[in-house]
Design a protein. Structure first.
Length: 133
């Protein structure tokens, strides 16, 4: 079921991309950014970047409150990368778009950075142990 939902989401996003290209929308599809955090890099990829906002598209049966909870960390990283309004954008069937504005939080961003620092430290330690073996 998970793979079929993912595939449906890909097809819907591809359809939205085609629509935006056909109307010559001023947007970049799937730009990638690198955020330097201490001595490592977090790679952030957006779905659609417009001059004043970005869209993270999802095809989900969850309520948008549930979806926002699920994707808040992804949206936070995207906000930190572009410093523009981030909209969690649900593609619906029949074809439609529902946009929900994400509210960034420095506290959330600090939690993300601290979790990544902890993970990076553990990976570095593993690499050091592996080199000793």
């Amino acid at each position: 079921i998970g793979a079929s939902k993912m595939l449906t989401g890909i097809f819907l996003e591809d359809g939205l991309t085609a629509v935006l290209k056909n109307i010559n929308a001023d947007c970049i599809y799937q730009p990638k950014y690198e955020l330097k955090i201490d001595d490592f890099v977090l790679v952030v990829k957006l779905d659609f970047l417009f001059p004043t906002q970005a869209w993270e598209t999802k095809w989900t049966e969850k309520t948008m409150e549930e979806a926002m909870e699920t994707y808040q960390y992804q949206c936070e990283a995207q906000y930190q990368a572009v410093k523009r309004d981030i909209y969690l954008t649900r593609i619906t069937v029949p074809f439609g778009i529902e946009k929900y504005l994400f509210t960034p939080s420095e506290e959330r961003w600090n939690r993300i950075c601290n979790a990544l620092r902890d993970f990076h430290k553990k990976v570095v330690e593993l690499n050091h142990v592996d080199k000793q073996d």
